[in-house]
Write a protein that binds this ligand. Structure first.
Ligand SMILES: [Zn+2]
Length: 110
């Protein structure tokens, strides 16, 4: 995948995420649930919105970093080992920062 296509896809994903984040942050149901929430252990809509917001924010960060790598001319290279990230992986996840091997190591460290 060439960087022009990658940038377009990343920018589309970013716009989509920004919309989602805006909805999650401004969702009137989530806000109402949140203010009315008691100390119950059940997940409220507000908790779910918060969890989705956390995921969306992390995703947004990964996309911003990928766009920065395009600007720096290092897009498509693993941030850990410098090997090319396989094409198929970038097709599936244009924001991927690591090759499959390094991503596996990263996840095992958690
Ligand atoms: Zn790697």
């Amino acid at each position: 995948m060439d960087v022009t296509t990658a940038r377009e896809r990343l920018e589309d994903m970013l716009a989509e995420l920004d919309r989602s984040i805006g909805v999650l942050q401004g969702d009137p149901v989530a806000v109402r649930e949140h203010s009315a929430a008691d100390a119950g252990s059940d997940l409220t809509d507000a908790d779910r919105a918060q969890a989705m917001l956390t995921v969306a924010t992390a995703q947004r960060q990964a996309i911003m970093e990928a766009l920065k790598r395009i600007d720096e001319g290092v897009y498509g290279r693993c941030v850990d080992c410098g090997s090319p990230v396989p094409e198929g992986r970038l097709e599936a996840r244009p924001e991927a920062a690591r090759c499959v091997q390094c991503q596996g190591k990263q996840e095992r460290r958690r």
